[in-house]
Design a protein around this ligand. Structure first.
Ligand SMILES: [Zn+2]
Length: 335
């Protein structure tokens, strides 16, 4: 027991110094400070309730031996650690020498392809991960936004021509995405866009007058000129939604595996009965954050059951980009 405690104290001390060695700051760690003080006896002998009682002399002898063993172990591990630290310091020095040359030769940006919703690959860093994603950082017409102060006007109705279609489902590592077969269209402002895919975010990326929603469905459309139009359906807790039930029923078991179910799916069943909407010009909400995207956010939320919302939250508890500055953009809304 004593030896075990001594060992774990030892490895804890070593872990501490190894961590310090990984940190970039001090080139010359103050060596004396890394020699851990020998743990005091009470700390060492604290547990061991099961040990048979020893005479005081025997106890002292045992303690002394344990301390001697501990000291020897620490000394040995410190020697290894110092050699390791010296090697690291030498490597760091070589790296520092080589760095300026490398910087001069390399482009100003990395060309990463990995992004996520948290941490060093999170939304605040997307624009720096890849030069093709610069808009994520410096764009002035980015999405999502908090939709407020819309101009109430007589917006034309969006003409949806959706019909039951073959579909695919993939969990692409950022969301569950449903590829929709050809022949589903929407027409607005004299342009006809074809539905390509829809996917989900949790929570909803858009806000409306500051209000958030449980989830959102983004239906991504493209016209013949390549212009994009995205319809956002805000999801709220309520009745089961049939189209989502079909999608969840065909979720692939593994990421990045596309399944093509033998049934058809009608995206139109997801649309709310009332077709008033907000509209503004924005961007894709994932890298590359391309702008010039027409956004159509339906005013009436669509219901999904608590169970359906729970299924997605198990896959993606958080996959929403924070709201971006509206920067004085025109927002229109149906009367
Ligand atoms: Zn989206």
């Amino acid at each position: 027991m004593r030896n075990l405690i001594a060992l774990s104290a030892c490895s804890l001390a070593l872990m501490g110094t190894a961590g310090a060695a990984d940190a970039p700051a001090p080139a010359k760690p103050a060596r004396p400070s890394i020699v851990p003080p020998l743990p005091s006896r009470p700390a060492l002998s604290q547990p061991a309730p099961a040990a048979a009682p020893l005479s005081e002399a025997a106890q002292d002898a045992a303690d002394e031996q344990a301390e001697a063993e501990l000291a020897a172990k620490i000394a040995k591990r410190l020697a290894i650690l110092r050699a390791d630290q010296d090697a690291r310091a030498a490597a760091a020095a070589r790296h520092r020498k080589a760095a300026p040359a490398r910087r001069a030769a390399a482009p100003a940006h990395a060309h990463g392809t990995h992004w996520s919703y948290e941490g060093e690959h999170g939304p605040a860093h997307w624009g720096k991960i890849n030069p093709a994603w610069a808009k994520c950082g410096i764009g002035k017409r980015q999405s999502p936004i908090d939709i407020r102060d819309g101009m109430k006007v007589n917006l034309e109705k969006v003409a949806f021509e959706y019909s039951p279609s073959p579909f695919t489902v993939v969990d692409n590592g950022h969301s569950v995405q449903v590829g929709v077969g050809p022949g589903n269209y929407l027409t607005v402002q004299g342009r006809r866009y074809e539905l390509l895919q829809f996917h989900f975010h949790r929570p909803a990326e858009e806000r409306v007058n500051g209000k958030g929603f449980e989830m959102v469905v983004h239906l991504v459309h493209r016209d013949v000129a390549g212009k994009l139009a995205v319809v956002a359906l805000l999801l709220e807790r309520g009745q089961e939604q049939q189209t989502i039930a079909t999608v969840w029923g065909n979720l692939p078991l593994e990421k990045n595996i596309t399944v093509a179910p033998s049934v058809v799916l009608d995206a139109g069943q997801m649309l709310p009965p009332q077709r008033e909407y907000y509209t503004y010009m924005g961007s894709l909400t994932t890298p590359p954050c391309s702008e010039d995207v027409l956004w159509i956010v339906m005013k009436q939320p669509v219901q999904a059951s608590p169970e359906q919302l729970a299924v997605f939250s198990r896959l993606y508890p958080l996959n929403a980009r924070p709201v971006q500055a509206a920067s004085g953009r025109v927002i229109k809304e149906s009367n």
